[in-house]
Design a protein. Structure first.
Length: 121
């Protein structure tokens, strides 16, 4: 099964990076608020990351802060389309359906998404 990781990224404040394994890379979204079950959160799509981040904690090159693993595990894809990504997460804390939907473009030119997780243990 493909893996996921949720990293706390401390750089110019704090945000959380949700990363889903997709072949040889990690699809990645930055979430500015802690993930709470049943709450729709805003997320920014980031460029794909290297799979090393599934297991990495520590400083990021280029003075881009540090990351700490908050949760990790596996996931099963339910829907994986341009307009909807829905997966079933099986982590230590994140358990249940996670749904990501594109909702527009942010002022910096990146894509904005909504993230909703159905159940967080």
């Amino acid at each position: 099964m493909p893996r996921f990781v949720l990293l706390e990224h401390r750089w110019d404040g704090v945000h959380w990076d949700l990363m889903l394994e997709s072949g040889e890379t990690l699809r990645t979204w930055a979430v500015d608020a802690p993930i709470v079950p049943g709450v729709e959160l805003s997320a920014r799509a980031l460029p794909d990351h290297r799979v090393i981040y599934l297991d990495y904690e520590g400083p990021i090159s280029g003075d881009r802060g540090t990351v700490r693993r908050v949760d990790s595990g596996s996931f099963a894809s339910i829907d994986w389309r341009d307009d909807l990504i829905r997966v079933r997460l099986v982590g230590r804390q994140l358990v249940g359906i996670a749904e990501l939907r594109p909702i527009g473009i942010d002022p910096a030119g990146g894509s904005r998404w909504s993230l909703r997780v159905g159940n967080v243990d």
